[in-house]
Design a protein around this ligand. Structure first.
Ligand code: ASP
Ligand code: ASP
Length: 345
């Protein structure tokens, strides 16, 4: 169910703050009292705004000539990717390096998982190396949580199966909040392959929690059953789904996850659901176009629309991604330090 939050609860000052204005470790634990970031579900508006405010500071820092701030010096971050990803891994790698962490990338192709080692064996082996942060992507929903229960470091979910991709939803929220000045009260249409999309799930949780009105627009075969229970309106036609919306969020058609026949044909899909100027014409004139990438041009989005610098925020999403990941690394490692010093005192 959508939770509509009164504006008094939400931080209204969205002017970018320098990262140096970030609060002290003790404040972090109370503002974001979580050891891991496994999903958006369960986070409250204050916690989400806290991460977004901190991210704003990192956006500013990343636009300076000197982008580095060694607050993670001496800490080890392992990016453990059981599923291929260049974009997300690079973004997390850059975020960790800009904060001074030692960053190690471990991908399934080079690991012994292929040799029959289980997920939990991998977790136990890695744990013995004392990483402070593990950034984990896995093809199965729930695998990242399982791993988080076996390791001492903080775990960030970088996408698990069809379940959640929390840093994607945070970077989308940051993009929206900076462009529109708010999230509450906006109408957001999430369109396309909702069924297979962890991006859709994380965004639905975040946007409804922050008081946006969320519509999902897809053919019935690409919608999970009972999706309305997450507090969204369901539309099967772009004409009604996009009508007067402020944000059009397109999703990649996840053909690698489709075993049966979900679609008549890709051409037919583009005709009915692909975003072009004609379908966009019913949205608000200043509606923002978003896509988490990688895009299938000509499948879910027309290439000219995707590259329209006046309407599309797709490049900006990538920039926001690094800042959001820096904020998440910052918060979780400061929480660890605060807990460690409490334990010592
Ligand atoms: N899913 C894409 C990839 O694996 C984009 C992302 O990383 O989120 O590269
Ligand atoms: N990059 C996003 C993900 O990894 C979206 C996608 O791959 O379509 O879930």
């Amino acid at each position: 169910m959508a939770t509509f939050i009164s504006s008094t609860l939400m931080s209204t000052d969205h002017t970018p703050k320098p990262a140096s204005a970030a609060p002290h470790a003790g404040d972090v634990v109370s503002a974001f009292p979580h050891k891991h970031l496994l999903g958006i579900e369960g986070l409250n508006p204050l916690e989400i705004n806290y991460l977004l405010d901190l991210s704003d500071g990192y956006v500013e820092q990343n636009r300076q000539a000197n982008k580095n701030k060694a607050i993670l010096a001496g800490l080890t971050q392992i990016n453990l990717f059981f599923e291929n990803s260049t974009r997300t891994r690079t973004s997390f790698e850059l975020a960790g390096k800009r904060l001074g962490a030692d960053v190690i990338n471990m991908s399934v192709a080079t690991s012994s998982v292929r040799k029959g080692e289980t997920l939990l064996d991998t977790a136990i082996t890695l744990n013995a190396m004392h990483p402070d942060i593990l950034v984990v992507r896995h093809g199965q929903s729930g695998a990242v949580k399982l791993l988080s229960e076996k390791v001492d470091g903080a775990v960030i979910n970088a996408g698990d199966g069809w379940h959640e991709h929390p840093t994607q939803a945070l970077l989308d929220a940051l993009t929206i909040r900076r462009r529109k000045g708010r999230i509450e009260g906006l109408t957001v249409a999430i369109c396309g392959d909702i069924l297979h999309s962890r991006v859709a799930r994380s965004n639905i949780h975040l946007l409804t929690t922050m008081g946006a009105r969320v519509r999902v627009v897809a053919p019935p075969t690409l919608l999970p059953t009972a999706i309305e229970r997450l507090g969204v309106e369901v539309h099967h036609r772009m004409e009604t789904g996009l009508s007067d919306c402020d944000i059009v969020m397109m999703l990649r058609l996840q053909r690698e996850r489709m075993e049966g026949s979900y679609l008549p044909s890709v051409r037919e899909f583009f005709h009915l659901y692909g975003l072009d100027y004609d379908k966009l014409s019913v949205a608000r004139p200043d509606a923002l176009i978003m896509h988490p990438g990688p895009m299938n041009r000509g499948v879910e989005i027309d290439t000219v629309v995707a590259d329209d610098i006046h309407r599309s925020a797709i490049q900006e999403q990538v920039e926001m991604g690094v800042a959001v990941r820096m904020a998440c690394l910052d918060v979780l490692t400061r929480n660890r330090r605060a807990h460690a010093s409490e334990a010592l005192s």
